[in-house]
Structures are given as structure tokens and as C-alpha cells.
Design a protein around this ligand. Structure first.
Ligand code: NAD
Length: 539
């Protein structure tokens, strides 16, 4: 086998990784075994959990990819070797950076901060993935989250590799000044080591971070290592508008979740499988985690007429079968820094993950649905806002119980999709819609005028002018598309197209309700094609 091509490959490290992969492949190819499900332990480490999901899909796509290998590969054995080799190259995390650095606390004491950035794949560049501030952060978590990002980007056709960062702190224990020092120092460390830059690695918000932290990072980068780079602000997304952010990014993950759910709530096959009627109107839902993702998904589902009946937070669970208004909880939380004490719902010690409802939205941390509670879950649809909320063992139970899990790697991809739009805006240095706004508006008025003139030319004006007025829908659009309109429409289109693609895969592979495997199949197929077309062939 001639692997000389890899020595000149565009993918750094691909040659040695592929050699390693092929060597180990000849022993026990994990993803060829059919029994991976039964092996899934109840509490796997997070990265193994993702591997289990990848295993299931890799086993299936191999058959489908056989006729898509480069034509220079003739025998079936070599074709299989090629597919397995490439898929093995994809799996491990490419780079994992662990950093410790000091921070001065407000009382003058020093503390050592531990932080990580994992770059899972550079098959497309830059790498992309959020920065999390959380006490539970460790190498396993960021590695797993980075790998999920690779598959997620592929599913929604965002041309980035996967990455993730974590700083092991509870942000609530630090003042704003301390958080700023931690964030800026972390940004410097990342930049110095080539883990931050508009063409290299572009983080975004995740748990415990938001626009403020993204703004500090953009500022730190553009004032230091990126000072001569006109694209410096594209080193991070999720920024405030004034710093190059984009309209719709803050709510994008929640909005994307709504679109994903909407698609399935209109699909007769899946609705009949889970015995639900179409539409949002009569549906009840419970959310775990009332942060960025939780709040915004609640807003969109509520707006469509679904009823929020329970919220699970770290310090309290709220319950009101008559419905909770997301805006009121949001306002209460802004004022009180907690939802505890919210007067329009009762506090409960019941486990609301297993309470009666139509839709459950885990939007907090990973491994919340395990084999211990999966058998008790009443919701017919589990819409995964969080990354990795369901263990493989639980996933299997839910499918067996005819529950539809709309998986994280597709459902919560709205955030990275709009981050991609923000990055495009930053590198093109113009906001979407700006160049065409006025032109479109005038064109629309000319169009109406021209219709009127044609009608009058044909039928005459003896009865007076023939008025041609825009319909209510056209009137709304007559002024042309604003940045917000373009972002929302691009997001909806992305979620719709990806839903269709995943559903096609589910039917093609006869997966029933197993949308997660369908989503991973969709991702692996696309990633394989990227590697193949970049020239990773055996000659
Ligand atoms: P966030 O920090 O804004 O909110 C998380 C919320 O969950 C907080 O209110 C926190 O108190 C609560 N929480 C944490 N642990 C909990 C627990 N055990 N039980 C109940 N509540 C708990 O974070 P976020 O940005 O909303 O992210 C939430 C999840 O969504 C994470 O898994 C994240 O990786 C994923 N996600 C986020 C985005 C994004 O754009 N922010 C995109 C895709 C996926």
C-alpha cells in the first residue's frame, strides 16, 4: 500500500494518524461489531459515549460508501480499508491543550486556573466550538464536546472542524473584574499557542459564557497578536453587535431547536410512531436548564402555542400545569440571579425529568438521561438542547419505548450555524443586506408600478386608475431583507435541509426512531467525502 500521498497532505498529522489507524484496524475494528450497544456502560466517560454513537453509524455507512470510494481503488477489500482508514483518521482529537495560569483575586491572593482547548478535526478550517466556564470541566469533557462539534458542523454543512474549550471555574464565584482577567489571559494563552485566530480556531459562547466574554476575547486578540490582521474580530463569534456580532446569534440555538422540532411535528410518520398530533398548540413541555439555550427554546415554543409546565434548574424545580410564561421567568432571573422564588409557579422536589409532558428539553449538562431514568421518562419527544445529555444505554431504552430523540448534533446546531454567518460577516466586513437593501425596496415598488401600468395599458383607465396594492405578506417584505431576516431565513433553511437529509438517512438505513444514528451517518458520509476529495486515496 502506497501512503506517500499523505506525506504531502493538506491535513497536518494525517499520515501518521492514518498509519496508526490502519495498524490497529487489522486487530479489532470496533465499529464493525454489531454488539456495541449492549456494551455501553451506564456511565461511560463522555468521549467514549460519543465514540459509541460514532461506532454505530460507521458500521452502517461503510456499506453505503463502497461505491463512493475513488475509482482508482478496485477491490472490495481495498475499498473497505480506505473507508475504515479515513473514518479512523476522523475519530481521535487532533490537538488537546491544557493550560494553567495564575489570576490575581480582588483580595490580592493568587489562584491557579486550569483550562483546556481541544481541536478535534482540521479537515475543514478554522476549528469551531464554544468556551465553557464550569467547575466540572476536564480533558474528557472538552475532547468529547470538540468531537461532537465536528459531526455537528458536517450535519448542517458549516465548513469548520470541531473544537471546544473549558475553564474549570464556577463563574458565580468571581467578580466581573476577576472574570475579565481570567478570560483575557486565557485568550492570550490560546493565541500564543495557535489555538485562536480567524483562520485557525474560532471559539463561541457555551455554558457560563456569553457576549461579554466573547467581546473581551476579540479585544484581547485584536490588540495583541492580531493587531495587524484586518480580520482579527473574526477570531471569535457570539460578540455583541458593536464588536462585529450578528443579529440573532444570542437566540440562535433556541431558535434552531424550535425549527428542528417543528419539522418533526409536521412529519406524519414520526408523529404516528410517537402517537402525537401535528403542531405545537396542544403540546406541553418541560425544560432542564434555564440559561441561554433553555430560555430561548422556551420563548419560541411558547410563541407557537406550546405550554411550558416545568423548569428544572440547579437550585430549584418549578411546576405549573397551567403554564409558565418564559418572559416572566427571564425577568425574574435577571433581577434575582436565580429562578428560585418565582411566584407564578410552585417549587417542587419531584424529578421533573420524568414528569408527564409531551416534549422534554434537556438544556443543561451532559449525561442527564441515563439507564436509571430513561425507562421513566413520559415525554414522547426529547429535544436535546444540551450537548450529550443522553447516554447510549438510555438512548437505546428510549428508542425501544418509542420515544423520539431529536439529537444534540443536529437539534442544537443553530448556534454554530449563525456563528458561521457571523464569521462570514466579519471576514467580508459588511453586514448582510446592506448593499441590496435600498435597491430591493425600490425594485419592489417598480414591480408594483409596472404591473399597474400593464393592467392599465390592457384594460384602459376609463374607470380610473387600477390600484395594485401589495398583499400583507408582501408589504412586510417590500423593504427588502434586513440582517436579522437573512440570518433567520438562513437558519431555518439550514435546519430544514438538514432535517430532510437526516430523515432520508433514517429511512435508507431502516433506523426507525433512531435519529441519532441517522444524524451521525449523515455526518460521517459528508466527512468521508471531504477527505476523499482532498485526495486521501490509496494509489
Ligand atoms: P448557560 O450557562 O447559559 O445555561 C445553563 C443553565 O443550566 C444555567 O442556568 C445553569 O444553572 C443550568 N444548569 C446547570 N446544571 C444544571 C443541572 N444539573 N440541572 C439543572 N440546571 C442546570 O449555558 P447554555 O449556553 O444555555 O448551554 C446549555 C447547554 O447547551 C450546554 O450543554 C451547551 O454545551 C449546549 N449548547 C449551547 C449552545 C450555545 O449557543 N450557548 C449551543 C449548542 C449547545
Amino acid at each position: 500500500m502506497n501512503l506517500s500521498f499523505f506525506r504531502q497532505s493538506r491535513f497536518p498529522g494525517a499520515f501518521s494518524t492514518l498509519q496508526k489507524a490502519l495498524r490497529s484496524f487489522s486487530t479489532t475494528p470496533r465499529f464493525l461489531r454489531n454488539d456495541v450497544d449492549s456494551e455501553a456502560p451506564d456511565n461511560p466517560d463522555f468521549f467514549s459515549m460519543v465514540e459509541t454513537y460514532v461506532d454505530r453509524a460507521a458500521h452502517l455507512v461503510e456499506e453505503n460508501l463502497l461505491d463512493r470510494v475513488p475509482i482508482s481503488i478496485r477491490s472490495e477489500a481495498e475499498k473497505r480499508e480506505h473507508i475504515r482508514g479515513v473514518l479512523r483518521v476522523v475519530r481521535p482529537v487532533n490537538h488537546l491543550l491544557k493550560i494553567t495560569f495564575p489570576v490575581r483575586r480582588d483580595d490580592g491572593s493568587m489562584e491557579v486556573i486550569e483550562a483546556y482547548r481541544a481541536q478535534h478535526s482540521q479537515h475543514r478550517r478554522p476549528c469551531k466550538g464554544g468556551i465553557r466556564f464550569d467547575e466540572a470541566v476536564d480533558a474528557d469533557e472538552v475532547t468529547a464536546l470538540a468531537s461532537l462539534m465536528t459531526y455537528k458542523c458536517a450535519i448542517v454543512d458549516v465548513p469548520f472542524g470541531g473544537a471546544k474549550a473549558g475553564v474549570k471555574i464556577n463563574p458565580q464565584n468571581y467578580s466581573v473584574g476577576e472574570l475579565e482577567r481570567i478570560t483575557r489571559r486565557f485568550a492570550m494563552e490560546l493565541a500564543k499557542k495557535s489555538f485562536l485566530g480567524p483562520g485557525i480556531d474560532v471559539p463561541a459562547p457555551d455554558m457560563g459564557t456569553g457576549e461579554r466574554e466573547m467581546s473581551w476575547i476579540a479585544d484581547t486578540y485584536s490588540m495583541t497578536i492580531g493587531h495587524g490582521d484586518i480580520n482579527a474580530h473574526a477570531c471569535i463569534t457570539g460578540k455583541p453587535i458593536s464588536q462585529g456580532g450578528i443579529h440573532g446569534r444570542v437566540s440562535a440555538t433556541g431558535r434552531g431547536l424550535y425549527h428542528a422540532l417543528d419539522y418533526f411535528l409536521n412529519d406524519a410518520y414520526y408523529l404516528s410512531r410517537v402517537e402525537l398530533t401535528p403542531g405545537f398548540k396542544d403540546k406541553t413541555f418541560i425544560v432542564q436548564g434555564f440559561g441561554n439555550v433553555g430560555l430561548h427554546v422556551c420563548r419560541y415554543l411558547h410563541r407557537q402555542g406550546a405550554r411550558l409546565i416545568g423548569i428544572i434548574e440547579k437550585d430549584v424545580s418549578l411546576w405549573n400545569p397551567k403554564g409558565i410564561h418564559p418572559r416572566e421567568v427571564e425577568e425574574y432571573k435577571i433581577e434575582n440571579k436565580t429562578i428560585k422564588g418565582f411566584p407564578m409557579a410552585e417549587e417542587t422536589t419531584d424529578d421533573l425529568l420524568v414528569a408527564q409532558c409531551d416534549i422534554l428539553v434537556p438544556a443543561a449538562g451532559e449525561k442527564q438521561i441515563t439507564s436509571k431514568n430513561a425507562g421513566e421518562i413520559k415525554a414522547k419527544i426529547i429535544l436535546e438542547g444540551a450537548n450529550g445529555p443522553t447516554t447510549p444505554a438510555a438512548d437505546k431504552i428510549l428508542i425501544e419505548r418509542n420515544r423520539l430523540v431529536i439529537p444534540d448534533i443536529f437539534a442544537n446546531a443553530g448556534g454554530v450555524t449563525v456563528s458561521y454567518f457571523e464569521w462570514l460577516k466579519n471576514i467580508s466586513h459588511v453586514s448582510f443586506g446592506r448593499l441590496l437593501f435600498k435597491y430591493e425596496k425600490e425594485s419592489n415598488y417598480h414591480l408594483l408600478e409596472s404591473v399597474q401600468q400593464s393592467l392599465e395599458a390592457k384594460f384602459g383607465r376609463s374607470g380610473g386608475p387600477i390600484p395594485v396594492s401589495p398583499s400583507a405578506e408582501f408589504q412586510k417584505r417590500i423593504a427588502g431583507a434586513s440582517e436579522k431576516d437573512i440570518v433567520n431565513s438562513g437558519l431555518e433553511y439550514t435546519m430544514e435541509r438538514s432535517s430532510k437529509f437526516i430523515i432520508t438517512r433514517a429511512h435508507e438505513y431502516n433506523l426507525g426512531l433512531d435519529m441519532r444514528t441517522a444524524a451521525f451517518c449523515s455526518a460521517l458520509e459528508k466527512i468521508y467525502i471531504t477527505y476523499r476529495d482532498a485526495g486521501l486515496t490509496f494509489s
